[in-house]
Design a protein around this ligand. Structure first.
Ligand code: PGA
Length: 259
């Protein structure tokens, strides 16, 4: 079985204030006890707090990430932030196509593909998020929706840049609802996505790309999810706002004792 280093991200969304963001980062650094040596860890604070959180993370080995990035390098794009601006702040990874950007803000596959291509070309790592709504699941469209979002999102990415890409499977109905996909249901979609990566690229690419699960992951359900062969960590929303809970999830991904 190929070894993929697990990867856990904390998506803080539009939460915290400056002081709380710095304190949360500080608590994660203080409590991680070397876990980043076996598990990639990243936090995604709101844009205005990136610099302060980046300073707090310092050389801890915990990565600084952005919740979004625009595809243009600069210019008259009021309110947007470019990949180079993020790299300037030492943010090295960005979320692309999170379900709230797709379904609340209204981003489509075309915009998401542009953002993904521009971000990796500029040197950022990305987490491309895909996932079906409850209505889509109910009508049996789970597979087709996830495959279509994956293929569209990766359409502008050169094969040689796939090492910068992580996928997050986040069923929309599980995000922030307390309703998690069962490990079996999640594993089925992860295996499907990995099969598609093999078809789009090759087996070695498919075996090396991490696929995170996201959607109401908590310390008490993380272990069962991460035990599945195609689930390589998680993208964590609500539970990433408490350092203890987040670190318990990281320990589960790292295969470490509950602590
Ligand atoms: P949640 O969010 O853990 O609060 O469900 C996950 C996400 O949106 O990435």
């Amino acid at each position: 079985m190929p070894h993929r280093r697990p990867f856990v991200g904390g998506n803080w969304k539009m939460n915290t204030d400056l002081a709380a963001a710095v304190e949360l980062a500080d608590d994660i650094v203080a409590g991680e006890q070397g876990l980043h040596q076996v598990c990639d860890i990243a936090v995604f604070p709101p844009f205005p707090y990136l610099q302060a959180v980046g300073r707090t993370l310092g050389h801890s080995g915990i990565r600084l990430g952005a919740q979004d990035v625009y595809h243009q390098p600069n210019g008259a794009f009021t309110g947007e932030v470019s990949a180079d601006m993020l790299l300037d702040l030492n943010a090295r990874v960005a979320l692309i196509g999170h379900s709230e950007r797709r379904h609340v803000i209204g981003e489509d596959d075309d915009l998401i593909a542009r953002k993904a291509a521009a971000a990796v070309a500029a040197g950022l790592d990305i987490i491309l998020c895909v996932g079906e709504t409850w209505e889509q699941r109910e009508i049996g469209a789970t597979e087709s929706i996830n495959l279509a979002q994956l293929e569209a999102g990766l359409s502008g990415i050169e094969p040689g840049r796939m090492r910068q890409v992580t996928i997050a499977y986040e069923p929309v109905w599980a995000i922030g609802t307390g309703r998690t996909a069962t490990p079996d249901d999640a594993e089925a979609v992860h295996a499907l996505l990995r099969g598609k990566l093999a078809a789009l690229y090759d087996d070695s690419t498919a075996n090396s790309v991490r696929i995170q699960y996201g959607g109401s992951v908590k310390a008490n359900n993380a272990r069962d999810l991460f035990a599945r062969p195609n689930i390589d960590g998680g993208l964590i929303g609500g539970a990433s706002l408490k350092a203890d809970e987040f670190l318990a999830i990281v320990r589960a991904a790292a295969g470490a004792a509950p602590g």
